[in-house]
Design a protein around this ligand. Structure first.
Ligand code: CA2
Length: 152
């Protein structure tokens, strides 16, 4: 049985600073997929899983916070690649915790195998789960995890 429109889940996908550069530089770290490729693959998976997605990317911390708050009434959770803000932003952490939805943190690269400053996440201890190191696939695994959380 497929869910009715009112039962369908919607998730926000938040892309942090510089992720608009995906696919244009550092392919050895981030692969060759562009941000449009990532969003397209997420859209395809969302259709398969029967959920809806809203997307947002910004290079500005405040804009990311504003969008999280604005999106909160219409979504059930967030898929988050906060990029460099992952390692520095108390502001983004407070917003994610404050809006009260479950979120999954994802990273394209294996941050644990990179510079020490990337080993710390200010978000991970409040996340429903974390996926890193699988390139574009990190986002897809993260979405599967987020959706599964609502089905179990
Ligand atoms: O691996 C990830 O997904 C990161 O969130 C990417 C961030 C980095 O600061 C995190 O430590 C790990 C960087 C996003 C910028 O992406 C670029 C892509 C291509 C070229 C330059 C930057």
């Amino acid at each position: 049985m497929s869910p009715t429109d009112s039962e369908r889940r919607r998730f926000g996908v938040l892309h942090g600073p510089n992720l608009q550069l995906l696919g244009t530089r550092e392919p050895e770290v981030y692969g060759r997929a562009t941000l449009d490729d990532v969003n397209g693959a997420l859209r395809d998976l969302a259709a398969e899983l029967g959920v809806d997605l809203d997307f947002f990317q910004s290079n500005h911390e405040g804009a990311l916070v504003d969008w999280l708050v604005e999106a909160t009434p219409r979504v059930n959770g967030f898929l988050v690649n906060a990029a460099g803000l992952t390692h520095t932003s108390v502001v983004l952490r407070d917003a994610l915790v404050g809006v009260g939805h479950p979120f999954v943190e994802v990273h394209m690269s294996n941050t644990a195998a990179r510079e020490p400053f990337r080993h710390r996440s200010l978000l991970a201890d409040r996340a429903a789960g974390v996926v890193y190191g699988f390139g574009l696939e990190s986002y897809l695994l993260g979405l599967r995890g987020l959706v599964a959380r609502f089905r179990s």
